[in-house]
Design a protein around this ligand. Structure first.
Ligand SMILES: Cc1cc2nc3c(=O)[nH]c(=O)nc-3n(C[C@H](O)[C@H](O)[C@H](O)COP(=O)(O)O)c2cc1C
Length: 320
């Protein structure tokens, strides 16, 4: 039986998988590939860069894609929302900040506003502020997030929101995770780390390779890489990444890092340019163990759905 949920009808998609808007990693080619495979590709507008947005929207061609931004950063250059809406996206996706300045324009465009949240209280607030779909993101997720875990957070948000569709995110990277998320009451999943290791992702090839060899045992949530990159993130969010020499040196001494920031940020940037991920950051979550090869996005979508449908038809405890 193919999986069918109300949010899939709302978004006009055939598979219950959304590509996370990974800043500068989810480009046009990846978003288009996920949408062409039946999911919803969402462009990772991140902190906001008009030239990048134009280039990657062009790269997506006519594929029906959404566009995502980091909300507190979009507030510094709100014209980027107009630029995004001119491209007639399938949805606008906002995480990490106040939706109110942006919700009316998205509503006027007649498209869903998807809000990613990290708590039940944030979920209620996002709906009050105009979100029509909520992504409940657990702490297992790669990238920025907060403290609650996916397994209890998703059903709590489902219970709190009634008819508002909920999408699960954080630690979902195969058909088992998709099937489990549906059991929790989510109507689709949003995956980031899994697609970081896709052929089309704009991540450095060495970073993708590092992820496919990594374990979720070796990730951390910290602000160490934000400090190195010069981003001043508001509370309560910090970032889950793979650990490496740089995080082992500085994660427990961020004051020391700030004191040496000129030389350390230069060293970090040089490593990133050289593709040296013993110092530069690989942004990925606890699902790292489940990500063992670099595959085309269409194959990732097809494999995940096939595995979930098989499990839902015949759960593993019947297979003994
Ligand atoms: C490399 C990377 C970059 C990310 N950048 C963003 C971002 O710019 N905006 C955003 O809303 N979420 C971002 N996220 C978080 C995702 O939206 C999503 O919550 C997360 O990837 C889900 O967990 P998973 O990585 O276990 O699939 C990022 C995640 C990763 C892995």
């Amino acid at each position: 039986m193919p999986i069918q949920t109300p949010v899939m009808r709302l978004l006009g998609i055939e598979q219950p998988i959304l590509l996370a808007p990974m800043g500068m990693v989810s480009g046009g080619a990846l978003a288009a590939a996920v949408s062409h495979a039946g999911g919803l590709g969402i462009l990772g507008g991140g902190y906001g860069d008009g030239a990048w947005l134009t280039r990657e929207c062009d790269a997506a061609g006519n594929a029906p894609i959404g566009i995502g931004f980091i909300t507190w950063s979009l507030a510094k250059q709100p014209q980027l929302l107009d630029q995004a809406l001119e491209r007639a996206p399938r949805c606008i996706f906002l995480s990490f900040g106040d939706l109110r300045p942006f919700a009316p324009k998205v509503a006027a465009a007649g498209i869903p506003l998807i809000a990613q949240v990290q708590s039940v209280a944030q979920a209620r607030e996002a709906v009050d502020h105009g979100a029509s779909i909520i992504v409940a993101q657990g702490s297992e997720a790669g990238g920025h997030g907060a403290g609650r875990s996916t397994l209890p957070l998703v059903p709590a948000v489902v219970d709190a929101l009634g008819d508002v569709p909920v999408v699960a995110a954080g630690g979902i990277a195969d058909g088992r995770g998709l099937a489990a998320a549906l059991m929790l009451g989510a109507q689709a999943v949003l995956c980031g780390s899994l697609f970081y290791a896709s052929t089309e992702a704009l991540a450095h090839p060495n970073a993708k390779k590092t992820l496919t060899a990594a374990s979720g045992d070796h990730t951390l949530r910290s602000s160490v890489f934000d400090i190195a990159r010069g981003y001043d993130w508001p509370q309560p969010w910090n970032m889950r990444t793979l650990d490496n020499d740089f995080s082992r040196r500085w994660a427990d001494d961020t004051d020391g890092l700030k004191a040496s920031i000129t030389s350390e940020s230069a060293r970090f940037a040089a490593a990133r340019d050289a593709g040296d991920f013993t110092t530069a950051v690989v942004i990925a979550g606890e699902a790292a163990d489940l990500i063992r090869e670099i595959r085309p996005a269409a194959q990732i979508v097809a494999d995940m759905v096939a595995e979930a449908e098989a499990l839902l038809a015949k759960p593993p405890y019947y297979q003994r």
